[in-house]
Design a protein around this ligand. Structure first.
Ligand SMILES: N[C@H](CCC[C@H](N)C(=O)O)C(=O)O
Length: 287
């Protein structure tokens, strides 16, 4: 079938965005993988699908597929691209919309400066709901957040890392590192992503504290590998840093592909993610 798509990116996290309101979409996992493939398809970290909502208090439904073809609960950078897309395509004339996702309603808003701010909802902090299996593990209490010790392999030797676990609808394991640029993301990321204590796998964040209002962050994403930016990863890292009394809201997040801004007023409160949303090109592909 011929498929119209729009290629977009937010801080270098890139997407294929598809209007599934005017196009009938029913793809297999293999077809999602091919669409996301950077040689045999268009190429993207995630595929974002725009649909009519199936719940009364939303304007649109937003579905997300990682480049490994798996459907997931949330994508923060994608939410900004989604809002830009529905506005540019004339699907909505509103600056603020309510969007149904697998993990609840989020609310993106188009800003005057061209950026997009998203109410991502409140983080989930109970380990079992992330989900993370903490049984038989003694967390290392530190400040107001527990750090969980996990033993991984680095250069053929065991190494212990301490992670905070946070869900933004999707699961995150965040560790602090002295230098994000030299952190062993390629070596530890895949081990964390598929660690047995994460029943739904996990996005692995590597956070360098630059100041109380600034971090550098790299994320090895579940189902996509390291991306140039991860919006929910930025939310999870800032939540973990604030809970550990290392950060104060708002926090500037320097990712490899660009800058994000996160604000959070504390437990039970929503996390606000702000950043760019850019259209790269439009196209058509036969799948
Ligand atoms: N890889 C993520 C989904 C995309 C998240 C990321 N691209 C973002 O901007 O939040 C997961 O499997 O939970």
């Amino acid at each position: 079938m011929k498929l119209k798509f729009t290629k977009m990116q937010g801080a270098g996290n890139d997407f294929v965005v598809i209007d599934a309101i005017s196009q009938q979409i029913d793809f297999s996992t293999a077809q999602w993988q091919r669409l996301a493939d950077r040689r045999f398809g268009v190429g993207a970290d995630q595929i974002l699908i725009v649909e009519r909502p199936t719940v009364p208090d939303a304007d649109f439904r937003y579905r997300i597929f990682n480049s490994d073809g798996g459907e997931v609960e949330q994508c923060g950078n994608g939410a900004r691209a989604f809002a830009r897309f529905v506005s540019d395509q004339g699907l909505s004339g509103e600056r603020s919309i309510r969007v149904q996702t697998m993990s609840g309603i989020i609310a993106p808003r188009l800003e005057d400066d061209g950026s997009v701010t998203v109410d991502m909802g409140a983080p989930v902090l109970e380990p079992a709901q992330v989900p993370f299996d903490s049984a038989a593990l003694d967390g290392m209490p530190e400040g107001r957040d527990t750090l969980w010790p996990l033993t991984l392999q680095l250069d053929g030797a065991p190494v212990q890392v301490a992670v905070s676990v946070v869900s933004m609808g999707n699961p995150h394991a965040v560790q602090t590192v002295l230098d994000a640029d030299t952190a062993p993301v390629a070596a530890l990321g895949p081990q964390l992503e598929c660690h047995p204590r994460f029943p739904k796998r996990v996005n692995a964040g590597f956070m360098q504290i630059v100041g109380r209002h600034h971090i550098k962050l790299r994320v090895f994403e579940r189902g996509a590998g390291e991306t140039l930016a991860c919006g929910t990863g930025a939310c999870a890292a800032v939540v973990a840093g604030i809970r550990r009394a290392l950060l104060d809201s708002p926090v500037r997040v320097s990712a490899r592909g660009g800058e994000l801004s996160i604000a959070w007023a504390g437990e039970g409160e929503p996390v606000y993610l702000s950043g760019p949303a850019v259209t790269v090109f439009e196209g058509e592909i036969t799948l």
